[in-house]
Design a protein around this ligand. Sequence first.
Ligand code: GAP
Length: 445
Amino acid sequence: MPAATMDEVVALCKRRGLIFPASEIYGGIANTYDYGHYGVLLKRNVSDAWWKAMIQERDDIVALDSAIIQHPKTWEASGHLSGFSDPLVQCLGKCKKRWRLDHLQEAAVENGEDPAAVKCPQCGGDLTEPRAFNLMFETNIGPVQDESSTVYLRPETAQGIFLDFKQTLSYARKKPPFGIAQIGKSFRNEITPGNFIFRTLEFEQMEMEFFVPPEEAEQWYEYWCQERLNWYVKLGINPERLRLRPHEADELSFYSSGTSDVEYLYPIGWSELEGVANRGNYDLTQHAEHSRQKLEWKDPQTGKGYLPHVIEPAAGLGRTMLALLCEAYDEDEIGGEKRTVLRLHPSMAPIKVAVLPLLRKDGHPEKAREIYEALRKRMSTEYDDGGNIGKRYRRQDEIGTPYGITVDHQTFEDDTVTLRDRDSLSQERVPVAGLADLLEAKINA
Ligand code: GAP
């Protein structure tokens, strides 16, 4: 069963050092988290899977890593300076806290209350009229802090791709339909009700802009909606907890002729994992106008040019991790004792195999280390000889390690070890020779 509450996942992540609040020694900082050892490995597995699907397994998408701080005109052209804002209200009562009006109103509707009469959820005070609050973080280049030196931390990676469209055409030998993909940090000054890493101030996006002939836009939009939904199934998410939700007409950005969210049934309810949007030629038109550069694709045969339309699958690395963690979280019982286990798909597990000597004597540790050192050349492996064997297995179960290998007395008689399966708890004897091949076959099955 997946996690019933977000708190279960938060507690496990903290206990095992996957993800924990940032700046904790100073009391933490709002909506900001650090990723520890196993969290970093899990994050790497997710981003590697995305790169594999976008780049390695295709020949129509190229990679990019653009700057976080771009020319400030970027955000004027994209519309982020004028329109990237949330409606905020401030408490006039005791606590003076700021809230997102749309969030308060949604909660009121869910509770059968009047959305027009919302009060401060913390102290019950009256609220101000809403005010548009821009989500971009500002900073300055150089020593003088005035308007001319103001720049912004990017609120999405997508705009860097549009700025480099022409540059990419000049070297990549691609023509529409083709895509440019990048993974990187984005920053938004979010006012949020928490929910762990679902909505944070800084977060990694995995975005791909797919440039297509205008008449093919609709068909590519449908294609990417399906393709992206299937990707999450491959990572181990049950399709019953995934859905594609087309935006209603009043949710669509003015330039979009279609957007669908890939949603996951998190413990907080159905929420967005990724957005797939048909952006038309809005972004290239805007940047062409503001930069006074031609951003067309020109057919070398006919000499005719056009502005491609863009289909954009935009995913969040943190939200994907959170979905995987919620999906994998489970509790069961072994020998009357409660066990918490992360049933992650083996390809996503931070550690693929743990090598454990049964005893800390009789040559067990030396033999186990020998096996560990051979395996770690091929996969992420951990050696553990601390505590009784049951406790060591429990530790690995909690970080989602799919396989455990135990060296025992019999190992010295016939060069075999016990291979334990995290989910079925089956234990079989397998030869030490060929262990890495056997494990790789299981992980990639
Ligand atoms: N370029 C389009 C774009 O940025 P978005 O829906 O605002 O679209 C895309 O963001 C994805 O980025 C979201 O589906 C979500 O996974 C992730 N994301 C957005 N804001 C986030 C935040 N504050 N914290 C964590 N992830 C976020």
